[in-house]
Design a binder for this molecule. Structure first.
Ligand code: GTP
Length: 604
């Protein structure tokens, strides 16, 4: 199939508007997969995605389509993650395409991620084909959606395709529209190789597999290639297309999207730098690399600890495995006085973090303790030196005199919220309470509003989205992007148990929050700590100032003393139970605390 009959496209949509369902229909329509229930959502490969119905990792699939002109076309459908935390992946996927289906749910209309993803696609110069989905629904309002597309995006909707991905109605009109409205990729197979690394994953049999888009040249087994990012050289072991799983090919040509793995393979998945350019060995001085991509930047951090240190090895393996499948997670060893040895994990955003957390909790239930998600803090010392703190334990003590002359910064985001007009008042209040600064308020139809706010990233981990949804009967949608650092009055909030700080619980918070959070902490912690032989004082301290306090009264009686001396079996049982329990106990200062107390305290 010649280059002019290639089409590379993706689907731009808000979460839940039916991207995965439509992808499946297109694959069925071209006979790439057989119709039926067994193959649902082929492109969402990770288990997390199936469980949560969210596309996290971009996958791609090739289809061969016989057009009405009687000719075969080679179509590459590049799947993109729907969620904002994965913007780098989205941009990378878009850059391997020349067009996109702009998919909008007929009953919901344009939403926050439709807007955000539209602008990303538009900035990449993609040709857009409007597709209105879910027209089978009783609440579908196609004219309203078309009007929104015209007013918000100034799109010509006369070519819009109306479909139901569920029933298949109208789906047959999509690929003809792709062929006539999306241009064929450009590129010259005779030139030296210029190949973009779009995605990578680890395959048990093949090792590190790369998803690549060829801009120039060809690629076949035995070719020697050079990586611009690492300077490494590799010999091609196999090339092929995802159809929908790997199908080996003799050669990949300019314009195509396909997979490649090397022989010998890449040693470490870290050597596959997403956004890297490859060329033929010997041409690295002649070929210009494609514009690269930023390394993913973790914005939300949690620490995880085994409840029982005997489980350390088992959990370490499991976390390493999860990280291998999601390259945007960063992993470091961590140690807490209260909780022992563990790990510190960094995520792109709060949803990304919660998907991963759910996964860990699901697999390990009671055997893992996960701390509250936190955003990084930037400290600019009076010397002008900068330090980014991602672990509150590394934040200087209130007694450290240097901190008083230092300036503190927290990350901010530009947030876009769409919502029905009747809830505007409540949503503004929520954003203001979250220390947001309003940027604009715009009506895009008579009843739909787009609110733009500058907000601290910390408000997102404090479930701003949940609050907005709660205030709008679930109608609010949210999208955000990094807006850099803002100076802020921040302080380290510590939980003290008999004057000793529980390091794993500490958080860096805005001064306006310390009273409320401090009170909440001591009340909640008290519920989960057992009585001791002596009085236990629980306090919350912001810097050196105590903001809340609770006391746990000591035991009056010895439990064992109640038992009759002859009741030996019962006594032994009790002692054994205590022994089993002891493993999970840890000391904070002189206070013995059951690990499950931390777990209950830290779970919402
Ligand atoms: P992400 O992968 O999370 O971005 O979501 P998505 O956009 O891929 O949405 P998905 O395909 O998972 O569809 C979301 C929900 O809408 C599912 O419950 C689908 O069954 C449903 N759905 C998709 N298309 C249609 C349609 O045409 N009609 C109706 N009634 N429901 C649909």
């Amino acid at each position: 199939i010649p280059l002019e009959r290639y089409r590379n496209f993706c689907i731009v949509a808000h979460i839940d508007h039916g991207k995965s369902t439509l992808s499946d229909r297109l694959l069925e329509h071209t006979g790439t997969i057989s119709a039926g229930d067994g193959n649902k959502q082929v492109l969402d490969k990770l288990d997390v995605e199936r469980e949560r119905g969210i596309t996290v990792k971009a996958q791609t699939c090739t289809m061969i389509y016989k057009h009405k002109d009687g000719l075969d076309y080679l179509l590459h459908l590049v799947d993109t993650p729907g969620h904002v935390d994965f913007r780098a992946e989205v941009t990378r996927s878009y850059s391997s395409c020349s067009g996109a289906l702009l998919l909008v749910d007929a009953s919901q209309g344009v939403q926050a991620q439709t807007v955000a993803n539209f602008y990303l696609a538009f900035a990449q110069g993609l040709s857009l084909v409007p597709v209105v989905n879910k027209i089978d629904m009783a609440s579908a309002d196609v004219p309203r959606v078309l009007e929104q597309l015209e007013t918000v995006f100034e799109l010509d909707t006369s070519t819009a395709v109306k479909v139901s991905a569920k029933t298949g109605q109208g789906v047959g009109e999509i690929l003809p529209a792709v062929i006539s409205n999306i241009p064929a990729p450009e590129g010259d197979p005779k030139k030296p190789l210029r190949m973009l690394l779009v995605d990578s994953w680890y395959d048990t049999f093949k090792g590190v597999v790369l998803l690549v888009r060829l801009f120039d040249g060809t690629l076949k087994q035995g070719d020697k290639v050079h990586s611009f990012a690492t300077g490494n050289e590799y010999i091609v072991g196999e090339v092929g297309i995802q159809y929908p799983d790997g199908l080996p090919q003799k050669v990949l040509r300019a314009g195509q999207v396909g997979y490649v793995f090397f022989n010998p393979g890449m040693k470490r998945i870290q050597d596959a730098k997403l956004g890297d350019t490859f060329t033929n060995v010997g041409y690295e001085d002649i070929v210009k690399p494609l514009p690269g991509f930023e390394e993913p930047k973790p914005m939300v951090f949690v620490a995880a600890f085994p409840t029982n240190q005997d489980d350390y090895g088992r959990l370490a393996d499991s976390i390493a495995h999860l990280v291998l499948n999601d390259r945007s997670v960063t992993l470091q060893k961590d140690y807490s006085e209260a909780l022992g040895a563990g790990w510190r994990l960094g995520f792109l955003g709060s949803l990304h973090c919660s998907v991963f957390q759910d996964r860990l909790r699901q697999e390990h239930g009671a055997s893992i303790i996960i701390t509250e998600p936190a955003v990084p803090t930037k400290i600019v010392w009076s010397t002008g030196e900068e330090q980014i703190v991602t672990n509150p334990a590394e934040f200087p003590d209130p007694d450290d005199h240097r901190i008083r002359s230092a300036t503190l910064y927290e990350p901010f985001v530009n947030a876009t919220v769409t919502l029905p007009e009747e809830y505007v008042g409540r949503c503004i209040e929520i954003c203001e309470n979250a220390r947001g600064v309003q940027k604009s308020l715009e009506f895009f139809t008579a009843t739909q509003v787009i609110l733009k706010y500058e907000l601290p990233a910390a408000s997102l981990v404090d479930d701003l989205f949940g609050k907005l949804k709660g205030a709008t009967k679930g109608y609010a949608t949210l999208d955000y992007e990094d807006a850099g650092w803002r100076q802020a009055q921040l302080v380290k909030l510590n939980l003290l148990v008999n004057k000793k700080a529980v390091d794993a619980v500490a958080r860096i918070v805005h001064v306006s929050q310390v009273e409320r959070l401090g009170r909440q902490w001591v009340t909640k912690f008290k519920e989960h700590v057992d009585r001791q032989m002596f009085e236990v004082i629980i306090q919350a301290a912001a810097g050196r100032r105590i903001v809340a306090r609770e006391t746990i009264k000591p035991f009056r009686k010895d439990v064992l003393a109640k038992l009759h001396a002859s009741d030996i079996t019962r006594r032994r049982k009790l002692l054994e139970k205590q022994k089993a329990g002891r493993k999970r106990l840890r000391a904070v200062g002189n206070v013995i605390i059951d690990q499950s107390a931390f777990q209950k305290f830290l779970s919402k």
